[in-house]
Ligand binder design. Structure first.
Ligand SMILES: Nc1ncnc2c1ncn2[C@@H]1O[C@H](COP(=O)(O)OP(=O)(O)OP(=O)(O)O)[C@@H](O)[C@H]1O
Ligand SMILES: [Mg+2]
Length: 328
């Protein structure tokens, strides 16, 4: 049975949004807005950001400087409060929680690793004492603490550093100890803002491996901001942020190739928000000289996007060397 033709205008169709999606995701951001006001000047750091992250996922956030990555992480970790929209982690509603709930959230639900190695660890305590400290605050018994500290340091590959102070550790070792500190109280989510920003490539890979390990072993959902394109290849999903919105995604999965070997397949997607907005990559639009407006057509299995140029023939016209573009 064929469906009746819908004659609604594009504008009418675009405004007909469905219900808030992603009810079951672990992290939900919907139309999230954060406006900073300093000396009468407003900076819109997040302008309607949508993001869903599944429980136990390991994702990277990438984007130009000033695109809003740290702002998003600060909101999700309960350090900053958004101006409008929806931000939820598990049962916690980050807009409406009380000061007391916020404190509990920061202590029990999230772990955080900062870029600056010096900000993650106390310099006068050993690695083991640093990892034990959050457990002590949470009331874990001394004997249990010692056992868990050893386990955690082993898990992230720095068991041999237990009795050293931060100034006796390399940058990479410090960050791996910081990962152990961040997950000491078994948080639901772990946020890391450029944890490898001060490290070289080989050392970064070790820190990323530590994040991957705690993700797999403890089931903690991990969100990492990174500038390192190689490091982004270690995660299942990379979300691109542009001008305070999610703009593109790369999803990775392992497949068996024809020789039976495992192969990582990466596919790039554009993000479609709830309002139906889509950012076309600049190199695509430039290649076809698309500016200001494009023509759309709904096909059975994709949407066609054509430049608004008289010289480019409409689809279906005899093609020759004419350009066409499609997105689906
Ligand atoms: N406390 C603040 N007060 C005023 N403006 C701010 C504040 N924090 C961030 N901003 C502004 O908000 C925007 C987003 O900043 P944010 O730090 O989130 O970017 P970022 O993606 O983390 O950048 P980077 O890659 O350089 O760390 C920028 O324009 C920034 O100047
Ligand atoms: Mg930042």
């Amino acid at each position: 049975m064929s469906e009746a033709v819908d004659y609604a205008t594009l504008e009418q169709r675009a405004t007909a949004r469905g219900p808030v999606f992603g009810e079951h995701a672990h992290i939900v951001c919907d139309n999230l807005v954060r406006i900073y006001k300093t000396e009468g000047i407003e900076v819109v750091a997040l302008q309607g950001l949508d993001l869903l992250v599944d429980q136990g996922a390991f994702i990277a956030l990438v984007g130009a400087s000033g695109s809003g990555k740290s702002t998003l992480l600060n909101i999700l970790s309960g350090l900053d409060v958004p101006t409008a929209g929806v931000a939820r982690v598990g049962d916690a509603d980050l807009l409406s929680m009380s000061a007391k709930e916020r404190l509990r959230y920061r202590r029990e639900v999230v772990g955080f690793v900062w870029q600056q190695t010096g900000r993650n660890l106390l310099g006068y305590l050993t690695a083991a004492e640093n990892v034990a400290l959050p457990m002590q605050f949470a009331g874990v018994q001394r004997a249990d603490r010692q056992e868990r500290v050893e386990e955690l340091l082993e898990l992230v590959g720095v068991g041999y550093c237990a009795d050293r102070r931060p100034d006796e550790l390399s940058g990479g070792e410090q960050q791996r100890v910081a990962v152990a500190v961040a997950v000491a109280n078994e948080p639901e989510v772990l946020f890391a803002d450029e944890p490898t920003g001060e490290l070289d490539t080989a050392t970064s890979a070790e820190v990323f491996a530590a994040l991957r390990t705690v993700n797999g072993a403890m089931g903690v959902t991990v969100v990492v901001v990174t500038h390192d394109p190689l490091v982004a290849n270690h995660v299942d999903r990379t979300v691109g942020i542009r001008d305070g919105r999610t703009s593109s995604e790369v999803l990775r999965r392992t497949e068996l190739n024809e020789l039976g070997h495992e192969e990582v397949v990466a596919e790039e997607y554009a993000v479609l928000d709830r309002a139906g907005r889509l950012q076309l990559p600049r190199d695509f639009t430039t290649a076809l000289e698309m500016e200001r407006r494009v023509r759309l057509a709904l096909e059975p299995d994709h949407i066609g996007v054509w430049p608004d140029h008289a010289r480019v023939r409409r689809p279906g016209a005899s093609s020759g060397s004419d350009q066409e573009s499609s997105s689906s």
